[in-house]
Design a protein around this ligand. Structure first.
Ligand code: BES
Ligand code: MN
Ligand code: ZN
Length: 486
């Protein structure tokens, strides 16, 4: 799928589908001598947000179809605009055309500029046309999408900002697709070595290099927490590092860390069978940060970015960690592993401590960390934890702007005492109450004196049920956060 910008006179374009509001639709149709046809076809059209009407024009007309997007002539809220865009995308998906022009230029959105509108429209498109058919036979794929190119129409005044939006949207789509594909891939395909191979592909991008720590190296370094998780699996764990140097050599990097548990059985603290297949999504944090990195590198953002994927498979077996086992982490602190299903924090704590060597300006870790987070926020918002108000605010603002929302939960020290252990410096679990916060508290012990935020995406990273699949969240939030970095 290609995105491009188009400027000029709407009525002069040749296209398979023109998406626009009712007023513009009538104007264009008149210019193309199809005024009567459009009047008749739209007589009963309600022109409400969320509705669309496709009018097919006679064969020899340069515009083959006009897709009227309901509500496009009125001023709208952000939510309404997103709803309108999503409806237009759903219609576009089903049309037998390879190209289309998106011309909702006239729609006003309260408090937002053309850059936001173009970005939001293309985000709706990137999300709405995504499919994962890699493992389906050809005849089992319903409704193949024919659309190949979308032209974003811009008037003369907004041309430069729309062009920038299109350029960034291309990069973002590429990152979103990577994140979703990795998430959807089953665990017998996507293991830590597969993640490393996929990460290595980013090494082809400009100013990007990829390296990895294998289990032997991690043992030498003393990453006992990470190894406690990966040791029972036949698939060796990997700490994968992608380094993008788009900034000045001396600029301190942003470090992104992703939880990459390619399958979470729970280990000896085995999970119950229902929905256990969804634990293939337990590497969505890693998929997200890798996706954002791809987007940042393709958009050539002027920042330095280090991305660390803590990739391991959490299995039971004779080599597995037992509840009660005590390990020494890379930071030197010891942990009593009371529950082997609280493995995300174990791989992350060694990655967080390792991140220190990059002298980061900001550290953000992203993880499908707790079921408690799903209970708290559901699939609407990702959770943000940070002691740095500026950083937390910037992440929430990036979420609001991109429509990939997040909400802050507290990280007060009052919760820390629950992690006390009788035998080690701390336990890896505490009581069930405030589970998402206690997990964040555990992580905070490994990020001393840094601007750090933790994002729990257990509820937002993927859909369950009939829409089961990775969402690519919060790639859009983090990409917006990075584009706004000074
Ligand atoms: N990967 C899970 C968290 C999870 C649960 C993500 C449901 C998505 C949906 C994580 O490793 C886990 O098992 N967490 C435990 C922690 C508990 C043992 C303290 C949980 O949330 O139950
Ligand atoms: Mn677990
Ligand atoms: Zn997990």
């Amino acid at each position: 799928m290609k995105y491009s910008t188009k400027t000029g006179t709407l009525a002069e374009f040749t296209t398979g589908a023109l998406i626009t509001g009712l007023r513009t639709a009538k104007l264009i149709a008149r210019t193309l001598n199809q005024g009567a046809l459009l009047e008749a076809a739209t007589t009963d059209f309600k022109d409400l947000v969320g509705q669309t009407l496709t009018v097919v024009l006679p064969k020899n007309t340069p515009v083959q179809r006009i897709v009227v997007a309901g509500g496009a002539d009125d001023e709208q809220s952000e939510t309404q605009f997103r709803k309108m865009a999503a409806a237009a995308v759903t219609t576009l998906r089903s049309l037998p055309t390879r190209n289309a022009i998106w011309a909702l230029t006239a729609t006003k959105v309260t408090g937002r500029d053309p850059y936001w509108k173009a970005t939001s429209a293309l985000f709706a498109l990137s999300t709405g046309i995504y499919e994962f058919n890699e493992h389906k036979s050809r005849d089992k794929v319903a409704n193949r999408i024919e659309l190949r190119t979308l032209h974003m129409f811009a008037d003369a005044r907004s041309k430069t900002s729309v062009q920038r939006a299109v350029r960034f949207a291309r990069a973002l789509k590429s990152g979103l697709d990577l994140a979703r594909n990795l998430g959807n891939q089953p665990a017998n395909v996507c293991n830590p070595s597969y993640l490393l191979r996929e990460a290595r592909k980013l090494g082809r991008l400009q100013k990007t290099s990829v390296s990895a720590l294998d289990e032997k190296r991690m043992r030498e370094l003393g990453m006992g927490a990470f190894l406690a998780v990966s040791q029972a699996s036949n698939a060796p764990g990997k700490m994968i590092i992608v380094n993008y140097k788009g900034g000045k050599p001396k600029d301190q990097p942003v470090v992104l860390i992703g939880k990459g548990i390619t399958f979470d059985t729970g280990g000896i603290s085995l999970k119950p069978p229902p929905a256990m297949d969804e634990m293939k999504f337990d590497m969505c944090g890693a998929a997200t940060v890798l996706g954002v990195t791809r987007a940042a590198a393709e958009a050539r953002l002027p920042i330095n970015l280090v991305t660390i994927l803590a990739a391991a498979e959490n299995m039971p077996g004779s080599k597995a960690t037992r509840p009660g086992d005590i390990v020494r982490t890379y930071s030197g602190q010891t942990v009593e592993i009371l529950n082997t299903d609280a493995e995300g924090r174990l791989v992350l704590c060694d990655a967080l401590a390792y991140a220190e060597r990059y002298k980061p300006r900001v550290i953000i870790d992203v993880a499908t960390l707790t079921g408690a987070c799903v209970v708290a926020l559901g699939g609407v918002a990702s959770a943000v934890f940070s002691k740095d108000d500026g950083l937390a605010d910037a992440l929430l603002a990036a979420g609001d702007w991109s429509g990939d929302r997040a909400w802050r939960l507290p990280l007060w020290d009052d919760y820390q005492a629950s992690l006390n252990s009788n035998f080690a410096d701390m336990a890896n679990v505490a009581g069930r109450d405030a589970g998402a916060i206690k997990a964040a508290c555990f992580l905070s012990r490994f990020t001393k004196n840094r601007a750090w935020a933790h994002m729990d995406i257990a509820g937002t990273a993927y859909h369950s049920g009939s829409k089961k699949g990775a969402t690519g969240r919060p790639v859009a939030l983090l990409f917006r956060f990075l584009t706004e970095q000074p």
